[in-house]
Design a protein around this ligand. Sequence first.
Ligand code: C2E
Ligand code: CA
Ligand code: CA
Length: 573
Amino acid sequence: MDEMRYQIDLLTALNENLTVNEKIYRLIFDNSFSAYLYYDFVNKQLRTLGNWKAFFSFDVKNIKDLEQIYDTIKEEEKLKVRELFNLEKTNLDNKCQDFFLIDKGIWVECETSIYQNEKKEAAQKLIRLKNITRYKLQNDELAYMAYYDSLTGLYNRNYFVRILSEWIRKAEKENAIVSVIFIDIDDFRKINDGLGILVGDELVQLFGQYLEHFKTDNVILSHFNSDIYCMAIYEPTANKCADSVFRELQKRLEKPFSLTGQIDLSITVCLGVAEFPEAGNNAMELINYAEIVMFKAKANGKNGIQYFDEPILKEFLYTVKIEHKLKDALLKNNFFLNYQPQFDTKNKKLRGVEALIRWKDQDDSFISPSVFIPIAEKNGTIIPIGSWVIEEGLKTYCSWRKKYNYPLILSLNISALQFRKSEFVNKLLTMTKLYDVEPCFVELEITESVLIDDFDDIVFKMRALREYGFRVSLDDFGTGFSSLSYLKDLPIDTLKIDKTFIDTLSIDESSRIITESIISMVKKLGFETVAEGVEKIEQYEYLKEIQCDCIQGYLLGKPMSAGDIEKIIIDNM
Ligand code: C2E
Ligand code: CA
Ligand code: CA
């Protein structure tokens, strides 16, 4: 009897234990993100477990009910899913995994396993459904990001390079041509800075969408970044080539782009073209060259197309070399100054000197300032170079002054970038104090390019400088837009008439008339006139006759060392 009781207690305890376990398993199943379909091959019993409701709004109790599952799946995926849910096949290696989309917008990963009994027969099948929507979408986005640019929907740079590389390999075999066209919107920075980056982005997007229409099996397109796009054409033809693209673009760009907020934007673009095999034989090289020649189109006045050309590339590489060297030329003390004398036209008395920078390279060759100053202006090195010129010039001036006390004017060339710097005036004042030079002996030569942006601000600065006593001179008059009408608004002391103007004097009567009228008008405005690049005695005689105040040029003195200037000072004392 006791034995019986013991057995019953044991069974109850086991049962209770089983119920607890069952409860735990249920809890886990019901709260999991997965759902399960369990099938018993022997008893033909079908059961759903876990979070089934998260996937389907119906229950599945027998094989017929499976049809409802197939109804939620796209036609082309049905076969695959039927195979996964197949409850007739009992082969033991039937362990499958795949994924599909159901009509709730859920991506389902499905895994099936068949279990065997002691007799090694298929006994049960378990189908697990897992919601992988989040991973799938993330994955799709990553895949998209790997190939496309999110702003324009065009290929991104990496993918473009990949396809272009494939095309080049193919073209090598097929003896074909591949055109690479670099496309850049003109003055995009002005749009971005002036109207804001949102407007800039919208324009980039709209233009990118427009470019998309060029796309064919033989044309690929990419948005690299900012306002830069690149196109490649496999085996261009007369109807589909860089030229035809440019023509078509120009036609489209006659009309503005309509942006939100009723902004109508008209743009122009520059194209640079490099072709395989002529220009290069790999994708990066071709893109690089197309970009380089595109800059040439920009320099030639924008709204243009430029094909790859060896001299342009050479010029570019030379510029890059100079740019690189410029950086340490100052540190290595490779610059020095020459001074070119200026004389009073009437009595040939020394009026002043213009400081002109010289660069002697490591190999003792000279690099002309006409070459490196524009490069230094572009990359900003003109700022330290310009400061060095001011200090060096003032230092030399100070020593002349101490030795000879001759009232000489020191003319310093000041670049636009340098002049525009907010600290320019203060730095100049500090330097003149340091070397004890009176501002009335310092003349700052600026060109019209300084006036292009912020005319009012620049004029304000010129006035301030003149109030401190500095002289201001307008250099290269006759080369820029040289309008006499704005001269009257300029607070300047001196006008330097450019050499190109002087050169034409002896040739034609009309330029004489113009020079005469300029000089007489400028004199009326109270400015001093200095004629530059006077090489011939006739030019000098003529300039004297029309009462040009001062003369600078090879005729009376080339740029020379500080020591040689001292000799001239002594002669003039
Ligand atoms: P620029 O200011 O117009 O200087 C006059 C240029 O004409 C100088 O060339 C000078 O050597 C040259 N020149 C003077 N008289 C004659 C002549 O009778 N015949 C000929 N054929 N040429 C003459 P350089 O020294 O080669 O300077 C070229 C340009 O480089 C300068 O033109 C100026 O724009 C720039 N530059 C020179 N030094 C400096 C500097 O220290 N700072 C800045 N920002 N620019 C400078
Ligand atoms: Ca000058
Ligand atoms: Ca000049």
